[in-house]
Design a protein around this ligand. Structure first.
Ligand SMILES: NC(=O)c1ccc[n+]([C@@H]2O[C@H](COP(=O)([O-])OP(=O)(O)OC[C@H]3O[C@@H](n4cnc5c(N)ncnc54)[C@H](OP(=O)(O)O)[C@@H]3O)[C@@H](O)[C@H]2O)c1
Length: 237
């Protein structure tokens, strides 16, 4: 049976790897992006050359009206969409003392409000399927240097459980919580290697570790409300 997946922030990094892995497994891809349109168009070409259908949907998920439009637009193009990957995210430093109402709102809008309302729209539009939320292993602790980001991911973990309880049996909802995987503007590869030396598994993870957790959750129809930590044991510390 034909299946499609919607991946937010799917043009680069982890989202791109998830999109490619799903395309290899036969999914058509609704590829959402905001600024990375060029990369998204290139990736869409690669997906099509691999024999799957792909279309790029650009919108700013910090704008609630734009976020509300995304699922209906995907439904018109891919009525067979059965998987939503809430991957788009803003990662920004800032303690509670530094916090401004505007940065709180922007981070919450992308990292929490968008997954909540996309999940709601997905369940209403497609009636059945699976949602995977990309959370963060740091949400298991209190990462106070990134207050709003960590709060958003803590709430996303609870949203995963509550929405799974509320949307079954037609819709499953799960989460993947990566640990130290890819460098960011703040933490370079060397920082990740140094920090990961203190983890129970003693090394940083890879993008394919994250992708395989997403595929595992998608493959197992009897799992819902679950968070898989792909973090070398970081959440245990
Ligand atoms: N990388 C890691 O090591 C790591 C660790 C823990 C958790 N995670 C989680 O895993 C997921 C993927 O990680 P990542 O590092 O690949 O993500 P990322 O590069 O930080 O962000 C993914 C995409 O989110 C999109 N985005 C940001 N703001 C947006 C907005 N206002 N509207 C629409 N899209 C927006 C961007 O799309 P455009 O580029 O198109 O603008 C960006 O490419 C994230 O949810 C992240 O929190 C990652």
């Amino acid at each position: 049976m034909k299946k499609a997946a919607l991946i937010t922030g799917g043009a680069v990094r982890i989202g791109k790897a998830v999109a490619l892995a799903l395309a290899e497994r036969g999914y058509d891809i609704a590829l959402h992006c905001r600024n990375s349109e060029k990369q998204a168009v290139r990736l869409a070409g690669a997906v099509r050359r691999a024999g799957r259908d792909c279309e790029v949907f650009c919108c700013d998920l910090s704008d609630p009206a734009a976020a509300l439009e995304l699922v209906p637009a995907v439904r018109r193009r891919f009525p067979h969409c059965r998987l939503l990957i809430n991957n788009a995210s803003v990662f920004e430093r800032g303690t509670l003392r530094d916090l401004s109402p505007s940065s709180w709102r922007r981070i919450m809008a992308v990292n929490l409000d968008a997954p909540v309302f996309l999940t709601r729209a997905f369940a209403a539009a497609f009636r059945r399927g699976h949602v995977v939320n990309l959370c963060d292993a740091k949400a298991a602790a209190n990462f106070t240097s990134h207050f709003a980001y960590t709060m958003s991911k803590k709430a996303l973990l609870d949203f995963t459980a509550m929405s799974a309880a509320g949307l079954g049996p037609a819709v499953r909802v799960n989460a993947v919580a990566p640990g130290l995987i890819l460098p960011s503007r703040e933490f370079g590869t060397r920082d990740l290697v140094r920090l990961s030396a203190g983890l129970p598994l003693g090394r940083k993870g890879t993008v394919s570790d994250v992708v395989s957790a997403v595929l595992f959750l998608e493959d197992n129809p009897y799992i819902t409300g679950q968070t898989v930590y792909v973090d070398g044991g970081m959440h245990l510390l």
